[in-house]
Design a protein around this ligand. Structure first.
Ligand code: FBP
Length: 548
């Protein structure tokens, strides 16, 4: 399978296959909010026009170029194809162009650690998952000395452009670097590519982040298998936490694919102000109703971001972030966790201090960590176990008081790393290869501070339209590490969007009846309707809703 898959030739949109391409520029752009602050922070790259790549007359710069590429943040299937597309398009324009891969993420850019990516190096990675060709990392190019180091490295290498393959935070970082380089008169342009399995880097012009398709299909296969096991063994409740950071896109897509009995959607919890106690009541209610029908088994999906959307936990996390923003080192240096809890109890509001101390110690510890972008490392918060504990307590209480006969034998799972490096689906393989190709054209057009995009993704790849979105257009101001900062707005699940509406219209019957779907493994060979289909999320977002 690996050998056959290596031969797959990713499909490109018509315009990118043309002998000559042209980059058309539209009207000046602006962000939806916080215009003045963003303009002040990005005086050199603010207001740039949206770019579209069309068939052209071959007059686009075809001088040999030196381009760098870096993979930033969590792995997402298809990253290698972005690099392959970039390489192929650069070489097609001029065989003397060179591509350099920075090693281990943005840290490699700062330290100037890179290797030239030749055809021989790239070949075995075509259509493979993972980021192992050049590895990834979560460093942030932010401090003045880091920006200056990048500029010097680029000058030493004679780099014309760098492509940063990353999520919302890394694309924000790309904008900061682009602005800095332009202000300093550097010739190196910066282009971002939308990567993340979380699916939260999307907007009007970016229809999907790459990797979401493959990761969700991998998790959906596993969930379907568990549904089949549950209906065979008829004795377990499976509580499955799914990766995806704050947004519930991954959980919602998997719910649409496999129809598990209960799926919690963080955005709905937040909108309704649902408390942890109410979530537990809802789960117990479904378990009890299924038990009455003789079904002491079921499947529950919880998105990893849930804790941040439960109002009192969210308020407590925000207070913790503000405290960590000023006292992180002091707190970290305290001799043990009980001293940290004692110190924080004095700093947090009474309510937040009570919420914090009510959580298990392992969760308390994780909530004190932040990654380089100020995010809580949610993949380490075992919410599925917390829910199992709380649901078990409530069922025990019901049994003690009312003689309830509900049987509850839970098992917990966490699916995240299992899907991040899967071999990309045809969709991700084609999409990523197109993103790489298009990124090369944006560099050739000397554009900087753009995220490469490909639109029309539910149509055949022939009709896809590639281009670039100015990053400043996607920015808004948010509080990070206790301070306002410009960031790309994360796309959360929209409760009035078709994917959620379809889920909401069906969830009652999915809860009580066994309407499981078993999607099975990703299909790489076979009919296009099976092999090239986009996610249900994308299909529903782009089409009129059907309840079938
Ligand atoms: P990105 O936002 O960098 O794409 O990361 C995605 C992700 O897989 C999240 O879903 C998850 O919470 C996080 O990475 C895990 O981080 P780490 O790789 O550091 O364990």
């Amino acid at each position: 399978m690996q050998k056959e898959r290596a031969k797959y030739q990713p499909k490109l949109p018509k315009a990118l296959r043309a002998a000559g391409v042209k980059v058309e520029l539209g009207a000046p752009s602006e962000p939806a909010t916080d215009k003045e602050e963003i303009k002040k922070l990005f005086p050199n790259t603010y207001g740039q026009p949206v770019a579209k790549i069309v068939e052209g007359d071959g007059t686009l710069n075809s001088a040999p170029l030196k381009v760098g590429v870096v993979l930033s943040g969590g792995q997402a299937p298809g990253g290698h194809n972005v690099i392959a597309g970039l390489f192929d398009a650069l070489k097609a324009a001029n065989k003397d162009s060179k591509l350099y891969g920075f090693l281990k993420g943005p840290g490699g850019v700062i330290k100037g650690k890179y290797k030239e990516l030749t055809a021989e190096i790239i070949e075995p990675y075509r259509n493979t998952g993972g980021f192992d060709m050049i590895m990834s990392g979560r460093d942030k190019i932010e401090k003045p000395e880091d920006l200056a180091a990048c500029k010097k490295n680029f000058e030493d290498m004679g780099l014309d452009g760098i492509v940063i393959i990353g999520g919302d935070d890394s694309n924000t970082n790309a904008a900061v670097l682009a602005e800095y380089l332009k202000a300093e008169g550097s010739k190196t342009v910066v282009i971002g590519a939308p990567k993340t399995i979380d699916g939260d880097m999307k907007n009007e012009r970016i229809e999907a982040s790459f990797g979401f398709d493959t990761a969700c299909k991998t998790y959906s296969e596993l969930i379907g298998n568990i549904c089949r096991d549950a209906t065979s063994a008829v004795k377990y409740w499976h509580f499955i936490r799914l990766m995806g950071r704050a947004a519930s896109h991954v959980a919602l897509e998997c719910a649409l694919q496999a129809h598990p009995n209960v799926t919690l959607v963080s955005e709905e919890v937040q909108a309704k102000g649902t408390t942890l106690g109410e979530i537990v009541d809802y789960i117990v209610d479904v378990i009890a109703k299924r038990s009455e029908a003789g079904k002491n088994y079921g499947i529950l999906i919880v998105p990893e971001g849930l804790p941040e959307f439960i109002s009192d936990i969210k308020a407590m996390i925000d207070e913790l972030s503000a405290i960590l923003g000023k006292d992180e080192e002091y707190i970290r240096d305290l001799p043990d966790h009980s001293e940290r809890v004692q110190y924080l109890s004095g700093q947090l509001s009474d309510h937040s201090a009570r919420v914090y101390s009510s959580l298990p110690v392992d969760i308390q510890e994780v909530l004190l960590r932040r990654d380089s972008h100020g995010n809580v490392p949610l993949s380490q918060v075992e919410t599925e176990r917390l829910l199992i504990d709380l649901v078990s307590d409530k069922i025990r209480l019901m049994q003690a008081h009312g003689g309830s006969k509900v049987k509850f034998t839970p098992l917990s799972h966490f699916f995240g790393y299992e899907g991040r490096c899967a071999a990309p689906t045809n969709f991700d393989a084609d999409y990523c290869y197109s993103l790489g190709h298009a990124a090369a054209q944006l560099v050739r057009a000397n554009l900087t501070g753009y995220t490469v995009n490909v639109q029309n993704l539910t149509k055949s790849s022939d009709e896809w339209v590639a281009g670039g979105v100015p990053v400043t257009m996607m920015l808004n101001m948010e509080v990070r590490k206790g301070k306002p900062a410009p960031v790309i707005k994360k796309a959360l699940v929209e409760l009035d969007g078709n994917p959620f509406k379809k889920f909401a219209a069906n969830r009652e019957s999915w809860a009580l009846e066994d309407k499981y779907v078993f999607p099975g493994p990703i299909q790489y060979f076979g009919p296009s309707e099976v092999c090239d289909a986009p996610t249900m999320t994308l299909a529903l977002e782009k089409s009129a809703m059907s309840n079938e």
